[in-house]
Structures are given as C-alpha cells and as structure tokens.
Design a protein around this ligand. Structure first.
Ligand code: ZN
Ligand code: ZN
Length: 452
C-alpha cells in the first residue's frame, strides 16, 4: 500500500505485508507541504506493528518522517546503508531547525514533529547495511533476507532486494547508473527477480531534451567563468546533501585544470557545509566517496550567513560564487535570499542544476524571461529579471530508458510504479505494455491495497 498522500513524487513510503513480516519501504516527508499534510498516511497502518523499516537514502522525501514514526513503532528495526547512517543525524537535526522556524513563522503548531532526543533514540534502532551483504530476519517460523546494493544517486543511496520463500522483490529507491564526480553509479545485482518496485522520476523527460552530462558540466564551467570575467556573481541553488558537494568537486576540478578563475570567493550554506565533515568520515571509513574536506580549504569556501537581500548586496564586494541550498529556491532559504539580491543585475547569473518542482519559486523563475517581473513573496519584493537564468541537466536520477533497460534485465513478472508524476508513470506503463506485455504493471493510487 502506498502511504504517499498524493500520486506524485511526494513523500516516499510503501507498506508491505511479506509473509508474517510488516515492512515499510522509506519514510519520507513531502517537501511541497507543511505540517501533517507533509507526512505519509501513517494512520492507514492501523494497529500494525512494523518489523522492519528499510530506508533507501537520506533525502527528506525518503527519510524525513522516520523519527516521528519511530516514536510510535519502537519495536521496529531500521535498516539503512552505513553511509546513510553517518549522514542521517545531521540531516534530521537540520530538519528540526527548519520545522521550528516554520512553526514560528507560519504558526504550524504541530512542528517540530520530533526533537534532537528523538533523533538520538532512533539511532539505537538502526542496523547498518553493507552493500552486497545479506541479513536474514526470523519471525515465528518465517524468514526474510534483505540485501542492500549501491543505487548511485547520492551518498549511501541503496536499492534493496528482499527475499522471502523463494520470492524476490527489488526496490530501486532513487537510482542513477552513471558515475558522478563524488560517487560511483548504481551496482545492481545480476539475479532475476519476481517484482520490481521502481522510481519513475524522469519518465516525462524526452530524449531530445537530454544533454550529455560532460557537455552540461562544461557549459556550467564556461557560464561561471564568463560571468565572473564580466564582473558578475553566480548563484547555483543546490540541494545541501549530495548536489552541493558534487558542484564543489566540479569547481575544484575546473580550477585545478585552470579552466576557472582561482580568486573568486565561494560561499556555501550551513547544512551542505556541515555535511562535508560526514563525507570526509565516509571517505575515510568506507572509501565510498571521492570528496575530502581539504577540497573546501583549497577552494577557500566560506559559510554564507545573511538573510536580508540589501545586506547581501552590500556584502558582494567582488564577483563571487554562491553554492547554496535550497535547490528549488524555497522561500527564506539562503539560495532564495541571494537570488533576490542578484536578480536585478544583468551581470549576474543564476544556474539551476537539479530538479525544480514547477510550483516552487525556482520552478516559477525558470518559466520567466528577461525583463519579466518576479515577486519574491517572502521578501515582499518585486524585481525585474535582469540576471541570466540558466538551466543545466545534471539530474541525480537515471533516464527513463536506463531504468527500463535495467528493470527488464531482471526479468520481473510484475513491476510497481512509484515516485513520479502521473505523466512519468504513464510512460513506463505504456512502454512496459508495449515491449513486455506479459509483465503485470501496477500503478498504485494513494492508499490503494493490492496483492502481487
Ligand atoms: Zn533522492
Ligand atoms: Zn526521491
């Protein structure tokens, strides 16, 4: 049963009865909503006592409601990759701060859903998983084996194989097969499975709208270089976890090969900067990431602090690079405030490097043209768009064709479509019916129960 309230990307959370086991796949919050609306429909669990909660990765749409649920499911064991276990406490602690701010600002009384103490007690329930190493769980006379595999996408991201009485179910989580600068691409098992539960995020992205990642990275570097040369500053809105470190690595590599000026200041915001410590820990302990803390020292990265666009403007003494969260320019974030400060000068550039929901300020800004007016609601400021707005296709999700090919490679008898807009799921549905008519395809509605 899909506990996501809406049939879109939303808050990833699937409940499954597998033999006698009650299992939850992911436990997210919906970044487009606030308060109770952002939570999965946990009430649909009824009196079910969960045995296992399997977490694919630490983006909030997959893990944001975990401490909230754990207060009600103390008996459950939580499985996640070792790298996810390292980054999780910082990500959740930041989420507490954000919820507190939003409670004070918008009067959302139920916030915060959890506290630092809840995060600490959650840690006692976590069983860290090594990629490729199965763990078997017993309940009464029943048995279930779980194996995590690298899913690329972001540090620690996992695809998960569940084996129960000769039946294999594979959950893709969010997946990327190509290597990124900081982490390697997905490494899926070669076995055949009965069921694949697959993400469908990029199902609506047409092949003609895709560009090669290398050429997009080159275009980004040239854009930064030309903007700085012309006396402007560059804002790169980026998700704090994963994308910010990836962009810093791209800038570092470009500077080391003399393709980018070495003297422009670089600013990052709090959580993304803090996570660099965790990336360093993972690099030392697990060798799963190509990113060390010394990169920030070499780049001279500074932590960005500042909320008032006028103050920010006065602080920009020379052309600078801002790599700030949020990736979708959500209101009152550092990226939002810097966008507000940079937007009215034609010398500046705003470079989007990830997915932006079209209802977010980032999505709305991308629909505008030069000369349009744009309202920064949270600042109550309407600006004329003079800065250049660029869009780069550096998605952390695999293309629909790559996912389809790899899913078909596992010869499943059934495929369940999750984590995508309706149009994206439809593409997978139509293609699967076309190329593999024997496969049963399920496109779940929220709360719908079904048997595979
Ligand atoms: Zn993700
Ligand atoms: Zn996701």
């Amino acid at each position: 049963m899909d506990l996501n309230r809406t049939k879109d990307i939303g808050s990833s959370c699937l409940f499954a009865k597998i033999g006698t086991f009650s299992v939850l796949l992911d436990c997210g919050t919906n970044p487009k909503h606030d308060g109770y609306d952002s939570l999965p429909t946990f009430e649909k669990l009824g009196s079910s006592a969960l045995d296992l909660i399997l977490i694919s990765h630490c983006h909030l749409d997959h893990v944001g409601s975990l401490p909230y649920l754990m207060k009600r499911q103390q008996q459950a064991r939580v499985l996640m990759s070792r790298a996810s276990q390292i980054v999780l406490p910082r990500i959740l602690a930041n989420s507490v701060s954000v919820m507190r701010l939003r409670r004070d600002e918008f009067g959302i009384r139920e916030y915060p859903f959890f506290t630092q103490t809840d995060i600490e007690s959650l840690e006692d329930h976590i069983l860290p998983m090594q990629f490729g190493k199965p763990r078997t769980f017993k309940k009464d006379s029943d048995e279930m084996t779980v194996t995590f595999f690298s899913a690329g996408h972001v540090l620690g991201a996992s695809s998960i194989l569940i084996e129960h009485r000769h039946r294999k179910t594979f959950y893709t989580g969010d997946v990327l097969f190509r290597d990124q600068r900081t982490i390697k691409g997905a490494m899926w098992p070669t076995c055949e499975v009965d069921t694949v539960i697959t993400e469908t995020t990029r199902g609506s992205v047409m092949p003609e709208d895709r560009r090669s990642v290398d050429s997009e990275i080159e275009r980004l570097i040239v854009t930064i270089r030309d903007t700085i040369d012309a006396g402007g500053s560059v804002l790169i809105p980026a998700f704090a976890f994963g994308r910010m470190q990836e962009i810093l690595k791209i800038i570092s590599d470009a500077r080391n090969s003399n393709r980018l000026q070495k003297d422009s200041p670089i600013f990052c915001s709090g959580l993304g900067y803090g996570l660099i410590d965790d990336f360093d820990t993972v690099a030392k302990k697990l060798s799963l990431v190509n990113f060390r803390k010394k990169i920030t020292r070499e780049l001279g990265v500074k932590i960005f602090r500042g909320n008032d666009p006028k103050y920010i403007k006065s602080q920009i003494q020379r052309p600078s690079i801002f790599v700030l969260s949020s990736g979708m320019l959500v209101e009152n974030t550092s990226a939002y405030n810097v966008a507000c400060a940079l937007i009215d000068d034609h010398k500046n550039a705003i470079c989007f490097v990830g997915f932006c929901d079209e209802d977010t300020p980032g999505g709305e800004l991308q629909k505008c043209s030069a000369g349009d007016s744009f309202l920064f609601k949270a600042q109550n400021y309407t600006a004329k768009i003079s800065a250049k707005i660029h869009r780069f296709d550096l998605s952390g999700h695999a293309s629909r064709e790559d996912i389809l090919k790899n899913v078909l490679g596992m010869s499943p008898r059934s495929v369940v479509l999750v984590h995508g807009e309706e149009s994206s799921r439809n593409w997978f549905m139509d293609l699967l019916i076309d190329v593999a008519p024997k496969i049963k395809v399920f496109d779940m509605d929220p709360g719908e129960e079904f048997c595979i």
